[in-house]
Write a protein that binds this ligand. Sequence first.
Ligand code: SF4
Length: 472
Amino acid sequence: MGSTLLEKVWDLHTVRRLPTGQTQLLVGLHLVHEVTSPQAFDMLRLRGQAVAFPDRTFATVDHIVPTDGQPRPFADQMAEQMMAALERNCREFGVPLFGLDSDDQGIVHVIGPELGLTQPGMTIACGDSHTSTHGAFGAVAFGIGTSQVRDVLASQCLAMDPLKVRRVAIGGALAPGVYAKDVILAVIRALGVQGGAGFAYEYAGPVVERMTMDERMTLCNMSIEGGARAGYVNPDDTTVAYLRGRRFAPAGDAFDRAAAWWRSLASDPDAVYHDEVSIDGAALGPMVTWGTSPGQSVEVGGRVPRPSDVAEAERSALADALAYMGLQPGSPIAGTKVDVAFIGSCTNGRLSDLREAARIVRGRRISTHVRGLVVPGSKRVREAAERDGLHEVFRDAGFEWREAGCSMCLAMNPDRLEGRELCASSSNRNFKGRQGSPTGRTLLMSPAMVAAAAIAGEVTDVRSLLPAAEAS
Ligand code: SF4
């Protein structure tokens, strides 16, 4: 009987089985950012401990960074304190930091892959829910809390509950205007926001095999929104080609040896899964969330559900979400007026996302009542986008072109919604108040759909803005 990638990587990193039934797992790569690390470093300092493996630990700043070029010290004192604490901690504990003065600064889940730190077969931990992103490379990657950040800093190990594996196969081929973001929103809608509890999701099937690494990262990024502890894609030629020549990837003969080993980690053809699910990719359309959880979504041509459309037990959550969102049961989601358009985040702030959004925007203007922000996921993404001239495309259309950071994905920096504003967002969470205002509203969708919404001033089907030959 064969093994899944998860089983292979898990076994390779197992230090011992704990009496609790958990596994003491060695963490190959620990990524650190400014929000969840200050207390963890303080706890180490109190105990007189060092960072066990500073060469397996890398830090960056992303959540609190103002993206409007604000100089230090930041106007927000709390942000300045977090920034200064990370700088001090990295200096004192010998942890490399990609700070604001580094050309490699950016969102932690964007820079790890970009630098080649993220590699197949690794276990990767970070004090951030969306660490599942790194699973796109065939790594086993999960978000951890602050006390676990302390544990990993001090011991490079974690006590982990065993995980089951669900194979999520996406069949067929995606139509033009349908992207990885639509696939993962459809997966979460089908399996539920808690459906992945206790599981790692292995994404497979023809659609996933054809995806670029950027698309696979979008898919894995939102695994956590479906309740899965991790999500991954088996390493293949696409993975190997992406990593070749990256700064922290092996070089020369060592790369070829590593590539052969990476491929050997893919789940065996006769691997046994705890569960298997198939979704027809060809049947998917562009998705939009209508509620306050990423599972509450509908295709752009669809309607917001009525109470009679859902099970009795779900009716009160439906009513609550619709009241918060100000949407009428049974109304079409297309045509919902949008105040803000945000393109960015660790889900969809990569170069290919910006290119696709720019393709929609080029030669058009965003609606006069829409505030549009484009925020690259890293300085390298920003630099590459500017080499392509994308910044001019976005600016000419009326978007603001910002510095790299998490920005409006969550409100830990000055980029926030005001009052009841409704935001078309390429990020990953539409929870109440997520984007800063306690009454602000978020509709999740692909970056191309955000671009389309910005132009129309309302939710609209991006396929109507694609060149006719493509859309047909
Ligand atoms: S972009 Fe959003 S989800 Fe991603 S790391 Fe930043 S705050 Fe977290």
